[in-house]
Write a protein that binds this ligand. Structure first.
Ligand SMILES: Nc1ncnc2c1ncn2[C@@H]1O[C@H](COP(=O)(O)OP(=O)(O)OP(=O)(O)O)[C@@H](O)[C@H]1O
Ligand SMILES: [Mg+2]
Length: 607
């Protein structure tokens, strides 16, 4: 009988049925000439319990059915085995199913897109489909009878090979997903032990894997986005309160500057405190602007001067083992950027640089120059469009970095530093600034060879006013009486002193109620009220004053300005909304403007 003859198929179906129905664990069909098929493990089987003659395809066969000694198996149902054999005799198939001739099955397998191969117990290829021929690169004439290991490299992949060996050894079906680096494909391999040995299906799942990876990537981005969003909310809250503290620092530093003449030994320190705190206020302003999704207005800024200012601030914190070389002389170069952004770039890049130096020892170069980009230029954070740029370079001779670290540099929360030592947000912030200003960052680094960061910001021509040398406002009041309402006593003290040095007579109130009482009974020229206070909001204070007939100009001071608030302020007759992130020195100027605009101003001048 040929291996694929219809009779053999019929016999195999009969056997399958016996086994599937649990009638025996071991069954054999004998022809007169040869053993046709066997299933189960004959070594565990007891002596045959059923002997049945079956006539299949015109030939007589003997059925031997034996059960395992296993006491947990049900006893062999001899009658059922007989019924099965008889049914098979009558119908060729025990279920009455017409069994397709083998060439149809083979052809059908050729339509299956998964590669299929049937291997014998000695790993010889017994059958395969067209997809397998494609996978192996051989026609079936060169495959049948040959060793699986020599004909198809995929099966030599250690993970797949191990599964195949154990499936053949223990008769357990198994499956595995595996990356084949030779073909750059993901493979899904399913292995089913069978009478002949193993039938194996190999599916190319690269496309599915890519979709899964994209999905994972999107999920990662989404969760990162959520993290950033909640971080933004948290930061905005802190920035809002921190502004008050900074206002006090700036105000007092400003007054100190005024009291110390230019040659006083402490004047330089007062100036530095004033500049640093002003930058810090810009920063909190940016956090608030970010939480309101606005990018912040920018003027032309002199990059060399601002970098010099940041380097000076840094000098106080850099270890003395770092040799800092800043080349910031020569013609000034300008770009549209906030001074606090320049400070963030310089501080983050320089801090990273010295942290990368073994034992904090090495050379640090900072340089600002003008470059013309002639054509689109790919950099590490995107592509620079042709045009003029200011290039801020920070270079160190520290440990450098591996290509792997370099690939992740600008991702939020990526850090190689120990827990608690780095947040991994430094370069993310720097790249965010560069991108928002339509610039980019180029990194040149290799392991053990230091690192260089070039930050490109679109340049503009250099007529500018240097904000670092700006002097304190010179607007002065003329003993106008100011009622200042704010529940923060620190701010109250500072504003009182500041406005008084600007020529106003200021009375501060820490709670709106006492302010209302005083405003109804005493003489004032202008009111400044905070918006967020425990009992009344600033707008409510304005409304109460209006309904009680007080028609003084009112300025609302707040850390968070929204359109709704502007509208409510206008309806309450408030003349100006003053953003708290602005310096309180600007407040003096604003008060003078409001007083000048007020209808009472004309009346006063006529008195
Ligand atoms: N100049 C440099 N030389 C070598 N590696 C660097 C350099 N600058 C950055 N890196 C690498 O990039 C990583 C990310 O830097 P980033 O400034 O974003 O975060 P961080 O410095 O780890 O943490 P944080 O800035 O919050 O303190 C660093 O952990 C470091 O591995
Ligand atoms: Mg850092």
């Amino acid at each position: 009988m040929t291996p694929n003859s219809p009779v053999r198929f019929a016999l195999q179906h009969f056997l399958d049925n016996l086994l599937r129905e649990g009638l025996c664990v071991y069954a054999e069909l004998w022809s007169r000439e040869a053993l046709v098929a066997s299933r189960g493990d004959p070594t565990n089987a007891a002596e045959p319990e059923v002997v049945q003659q079956v006539d299949l395809g015109g030939k007589p066969y003997t059925v031997l059915a034996r059960r395992d000694d296993n006491p947990f198996l049900p006893p062999l149902d001899v009658a059922a085995v007989r019924r099965c054999a008889e049914a098979c005799q009558e119908d060729t198939s025990p279920q009455g199913v017409t069994i397709p001739p083998p060439d149809i099955l083979a052809r059908t397998l050729d339509f299956v897109t998964d590669a299929f191969v049937l291997v014998g117990h000695g790993w010889e290829i017994l059958h395969c489909n067209l997809a397998f021929e494609r996978l192996s690169g051989f026609p079936d004439s060169a495959l049948l009878g040959q060793s699986l290991w020599t004909r198809c490299g995929v099966f030599k992949l250690p993970a797949i090979r191990t599964q195949l060996l154990s499936a053949l050894a223990n008769g357990q079906a198994s499956e595995i997903e595996c990356w084949n680096s030779d073909s750059d494909r993901w493979l899904y391999v399913r292995i089913f032990p069978c009478t002949e040995g193993l039938s194996v299906f190999v599916q190319d799942i690269t496309a599915r894997k890519k979709v899964e990876e994209t999905k994972l990537d999107l999920e990662r981005q989404l969760s990162q986005g959520r993290r950033m969003e909640s971080l933004g909310t948290l930061a905005a809250g802190i920035a809002h309160d921190f502004n008050n503290v900074l206002s006090a620092v700036i105000g007092h530093a400003g007054m100190l500057r005024e009291k110390l003449d230019a040659h006083h030994a402490a004047r330089l320190h007062a100036d530095e405190i004033w500049v640093a705190a002003s930058r810090a206020r810009d920063l909190t302003g940016r956090i608030l602007a970010y939480s309101r999704s606005s990018r912040g207005e920018t003027d032309k800024q002199p990059l060399k001067a601002l970098t010099r200012e940041s380097v000076n601030l840094l000098k106080a914190t850099l270890p003395t083992t770092v040799r800092l070389n800043a080349q910031l002389d020569g013609q000034e170069v300008c770009a549209r950027i906030l001074p606090s952004e320049v400070q963030q770039i310089v501080v983050n890049l320089c801090t990273n640089a010295w942290q990368a130096m073994p034992n904090g020892k090495g050379h640090l170069h900072v340089n600002v120059s003008h470059v013309d980009v002639q054509q689109e230029m790919p950099v590490d954070t995107g592509v620079l469009q042709p045009g003029a740029y200011v290039m801020l370079t920070v270079e160190d001779d520290g440990a450098g970095m591996s290509p792997d670290v370099r690939a992740h540099l600008f991702e939020p929360f990526f850090t190689t530093k120990a827990r608690g030592e780095g947040t991994g947000l430094g370069l993310y912030v720097v790249s965010g600034i560069a991108s928002a200003r339509e610039g980019g960052i180029r990194v040149t680094a290799a392991e053990g060879e230091g690192a260089r960061f070039d930050v490109f910001i679109p340049a503009c021509d250099d007529d500018h006013s240097d904000p670092t040398t700006s002097s304190l406002p010179t607007h002065k009041g003329h003993s106008e009486r100011v009622a200042y309402i704010d529940d923060d006593p620190v701010v109250c003290v500072m504003v009182e002193q500041l406005l008084n040095t600007r020529g106003f007579v200021t009375t501060t109130f820490a709670d709106p109620e006492s302010a209302l009482q005083a405003l109804l009974t005493q003489h004032f020229d202008i009111v400044v009220t905070d918006q967020n206070m425990p009992d009344f909001s600033g707008v409510e204070v304005a409304n109460i004053l209006r309904t009680r007939g007080v028609d003084l100009p009112i300025v609302l001071s707040t850390g968070l300005i929204s359109e709704e608030l502007r509208k409510a302020a206008k309806e309450a007759g408030i003349c100006e909304v003053f953003p708290k992130e602005r310096s309180f020195e600007d407040l003096a100027t604003l008060l003078i403007e409001c007083l000048a605009r007020s209808p009472r101003a004309g009346a006063a001048s006529q008195q």
